[in-house]
Design a protein around this ligand. Structure first.
Ligand SMILES: CC(=O)N[C@H]1[C@@H](OP(=O)(O)OP(=O)(O)OC[C@H]2O[C@@H](n3ccc(=O)[nH]c3=O)[C@H](O)[C@@H]2O)O[C@H](CO)[C@H](O)[C@@H]1O
Ligand SMILES: [Mn+2]
Length: 269
């Protein structure tokens, strides 16, 4: 399955994992993953990190970057050889929208701080989630988006894009390819640097004019990926939601958002 611009759409059964792994083993690739756990969201880290050990790029060099305001709450999770974790301190915030959106700026800075010495590819993931199945070399590409599980069966007119033309995240009626997740995206350092920098700048410029896009950085990411088509698109297998029963076309849930009580864990409602 491919998009109209000939990017693969990755579903179970469309690739040979062993063949792909053998190709990328020769290249000695290094993968970075970012995950933010600010305020009470540190409770999600243990399960996220433990399941990543079981399913995320097993057998490859992986460097997980945890961004948190509570470094003492980062659990000790045993990591296999070739895998490591770095904790980066970030300030807290009283608004979840700001915590979520600020990720773009902090990922941009991480890449600028010489990440090239440590990684070739990067994936940026929500912490309130867990791995259930393989997420590996089949997901690699220049710019990689994940189709949101809540909208993949819908017509684009139903996608929750930002619809106010004043916003830099605006997507006009009739435009847009997929509705992509804010909770998982990635690609090469160069592509993700450009994405995060653009989304961050547009978010700030919107804020100066008193406008916040409907789904914060997710809206900006969707605008970005409409203009700059991803070179690989991951199916909703790569970010399902635990509260949703598995649809028949989804043979394998690889990664999913856990069920959470928003009121209990977010700083604001
Ligand atoms: C599955 C998916 O695509 N989820 C997106 C969605 O809602 P979600 O409901 O999944 O958002 P969320 O509450 O998980 O927040 C996004 C992420 O921000 C971090 N965080 C948030 C609040 C907080 O107090 N502390 C903290 O660390 C944490 O890494 C979390 O995973 O919409 C958000 C934008 O509004 C983001 O685009 C999310 O990625
Ligand atoms: Mn989430």
């Amino acid at each position: 399955m491919v998009t109209p611009w000939l990017a693969p759409v990755v579903w179970e059964g469309t690739f040979n994992p062993n063949l792909l792994d053998s190709i990328y083993k020769l290249k000695n690739i290094r993968i970075a993953a970012t995950v933010f756990a600010v305020g009470k969201y540190t409770i999600f880290l243990k399960n996220f990190l433990e399941t990543a050990e079981q399913h995320f790029f097993v057998g490859f060099q992986v460097h997980v970057y945890v961004f948190t305001d509570r470094p003492l709450d980062v659990p000790q999770v045993k990591m296999s050889a070739g895998r490591q974790l770095t904790v980066r301190s970030v300030p807290n915030s009283q608004r979840w929208q700001e915590i979520s959106a600020r990720r773009m700026e902090l990922i941009q800075k991480l890449i600028e701080d010489n990440l090239h010495s440590y990684a070739d590819y990067i994936f940026c993931l929500d912490v309130d989630s867990q791995f259930h199945g393989r997420w590996g070399t089949e997901s690699l590409g220049g710019l990689v988006g994940v189709i949101h599980p809540g909208y993949y069966r819908d017509d684009r007119s139903r996608f929750p894009y930002e619809r106010r033309p004043e916003s830099r995240a605006y997507v006009a009626p009739g435009e847009g390819d997929f509705y992509y997740c804010g909770g998982a995206f990635g690609g090469t350092l160069e592509e993700v640097h450009l994405l995060t920098k653009t989304c961050h700048t547009n978010f700030i410029d919107d804020a100066k004019e008193g406008i916040e896009a409907a789904w914060q950085e997710e809206s900006h990411l969707n605008r970005y990926m409409w203009i700059n088509k991803p070179s690989k698109v991951l199916s909703p297998e790569y970010l399902w939601q635990d509260f949703k029963p598995r649809n028949p076309e989804v043979h394998l849930v690889r990664f999913s958002g856990v069920i959470k009580n928003y009121a209990a864990i977010r700083p604001n409602v």
